[in-house]
Design a protein around this ligand. Structure first.
Ligand code: C2E
Ligand code: C2E
Length: 179
């Protein structure tokens, strides 16, 4: 008997689009792989993958706490001292715009090195490399990032992140009273 393709198979192929935020290394690779294999999505227009290496003195786990994707379908992972982001449907020319939405600080202050992949074949080739990374090199989020977002003294105004200024007294009362 002819069995039509199960609708749940089609639905599961689009699942990565429902993910957001941190994913374990293997889950990330699987999700991006599924997107690349999804013929319902535009060829070479599925998104941009970017790998970022933190500046010396910042651990990749710390950099991860600053990575706050808002758009469903934007996912990231850490491993081998790199933070890897997949930005769904982002165009490569818009990468900086998207990163400015996602990080509260200029990414140049956090990362010293960036690699970008934006065509299906190039993303798939990088995934082959990523899948070779042994599990002991996979990063684990700091306990902080597993709960709700930590309090951050900054807000997103729709375009960029801005620090929220705090009033600060330069002199306290005891200093004013002396003399
Ligand atoms: P979403 O795609 O999951 O995005 C969640 C939030 O991320 C948005 O909330 C917005 O604050 C931010 N965001 C995502 N992509 C962009 C972007 O390209 N530019 C800017 N400036 N911010 C972005 P928001 O605006 O309340 O939208 C809620 C949901 O409504 C979105 O969820 C999306 O599903 C839909 N949506 C809103 N505007 C658009 C749009 O212009 N195009 C599409 N395709 N969907 C939209
Ligand atoms: P796009 O997805 O074609 O969106 C074009 C413009 O539509 C955005 O310009 C924004 O003004 C509006 N827009 C799209 N989605 C949303 C939404 O969910 N909420 C709101 N409030 N507005 C939305 P914008 O912000 O300058 O972004 C330009 C391009 O940068 C976007 O083109 C997209 O390719 C990329 N981008 C920006 N933010 C994000 C992001 O958070 N995640 C991803 N994956 N891409 C982003």
């Amino acid at each position: 008997r002819y069995v039509p393709e199960d609708i749940t198979t089609l639905l599961s192929m689009t699942q990565p689009l429902k993910l957001r935020g941190f994913q374990k290394w293997d889950v990330f690779c699987e999700a991006v792989h599924n997107m690349m294999a999804n013929t319902l999505l535009p060829a070479d227009g599925k998104g941009v993958m970017v790998a970022l290496r933190p500046v010396p003195g910042i651990r990749v786990e710390q950099a991860l706490t600053l990575c706050r994707p808002n758009r469903t379908g934007d996912i990231m992972t850490i491993g081998g001292n790199r933070l890897v982001l997949f930005l769904s449907f982002c165009r490569v020319n818009d990468l900086d715009t998207a990163l400015n939405h996602i990080f509260p600080l200029p990414t140049g202050d956090i990362f010293s090195n960036r690699m970008v992949w934006f065509e299906d074949s190039l993303i798939s080739a990088e995934l082959v490399q990523m899948r070779l990374l042994s599990p002991e090199m996979w990063g684990k989020p700091l306990p902080l990032t597993q709960g709700p977002n930590p309090v951050l003294n900054a807000e997103h105004d729709g375009r960029v992140w801005r620090r929220i200024p705090k009033p600060l007294r330069l002199q306290d009362d005891t200093v004013e009273r002396t003399s």
